[in-house]
Design a protein around this ligand. Sequence first.
Ligand SMILES: Cc1cc2nc3c(=O)[nH]c(=O)nc-3n(C[C@H](O)[C@H](O)[C@H](O)COP(=O)(O)OP(=O)(O)OC[C@H]3O[C@@H](n4cnc5c(N)ncnc54)[C@H](O)[C@@H]3O)c2cc1C
Length: 370
Amino acid sequence: MTSDVEITVVGGSLAGLTLALACAARGMPVRVLEQSKGHVLGGDSLTVDLSLLRAMTGHDPRLPPALPVVPAYRDLTTWPALYSWLQARVNETPTITLEGERRVLSVTDLGEGVEITFEDGKKQITPVVLGADGYRSVVRRAIAPDHPYARYAGYLVWRGLVEERTLKRPVPWPSDGGLWIEIIDGYRLVAATLPGRDGSLVPGHRQITFAWFDVHQEQLLRRTGCLTLDGHIVGSLARGMIDESVRLDLASRARAIWPELWLEAVLTGISSPETLSGAPIAEYKPEQLVRGNLAILGDAAHVISPMTGRGLLTGMEDASTLAQLLASRNPKGSFASVLSSYEQARLPFIQGLVNHSMRISAEYRRRAGG
Ligand SMILES: Cc1cc2nc3c(=O)[nH]c(=O)nc-3n(C[C@H](O)[C@H](O)[C@H](O)COP(=O)(O)OP(=O)(O)OC[C@H]3O[C@@H](n4cnc5c(N)ncnc54)[C@H](O)[C@@H]3O)c2cc1C
């Protein structure tokens, strides 16, 4: 049973937009509050579960306008392609309101509802708030004020997404080759060929993604204010922020360790400040997902290493569980009891997954000597 009560989602990226579509598909109106203007910069390659996406959103990503994927052992897509696909489905759904440039400063559970305070000082009361606002979530701060931040996992990942046509020759790696993964001298490289911006899988027209894991950048993260003295992650080295001296160091190391197969793509990604980003890997194990009429999902709820390949999938599973429970709510029943069922359903699995991520990170640090 559903009602006309509007669901408020903070954060309009992959988890937030998926949740909005899943709620709308089950008859619930949704308002998404997103701090950025509409285009959010995200990662590069992503494994995606097309069947889950269809079951949740009611839109089949295999049908036109199809989501471009590389069919490897799991379907691989690019972050921008998935974001654009979700955003287009949201824009054509009249029961979803997507508000860009709406930065939420704080949320407070009032028992009978939630007070949202915006950056411009305006306030609004709403029945329920679901935080899909990422690894530095403001909704999480209200749910777990004593445990608000994710901790540094001891390494960062340099990432780039390169147009294959800008290289001297196509990368000799098949479109269905899946991920290439190698550790050399303690550095780990994950690389793959991905569909081009037009969805093409033809060599020469694809995109090349790389993720280069590096345990030696703690000083850089501290100097740039991404890492606090007590080991919490509060920032990221976004595109455009990485100094030439850092990129020259990386290029010289790349020439020493990475094989010809990926070297030109990696050097091309490093050469421009606009294609290279550096994300410190953070981990967050939640003790709770809910407080009253507030709940968190996606990276707001659990931060894990990309080496698990599970961050997005887990966020989608959170969204699926939440939407189904909200849809079964008795219109006269409270949101708090539905959210409490969500926490019971998801928390044990999520805590186990973060433990798994921490074990993978510890093993990588040990092998890398960090
Ligand atoms: C290199 C790399 C590879 C990865 N590969 C995979 C993979 O193969 N498979 C997989 O499943 N996962 C993968 N992941 C993880 C996956 O990318 C993330 O788990 C996922 O993108 C998180 O999405 P999200 O919507 O929860 O959070 P985010 O993408 O962080 O989005 C949060 C949104 O909230 C908005 N926001 C934040 N604060 C506010 C505020 N105060 N007010 C309003 N809006 C706000 C932000 O602008 C943003 O749009 C990978 C991650 C990395 C780094």
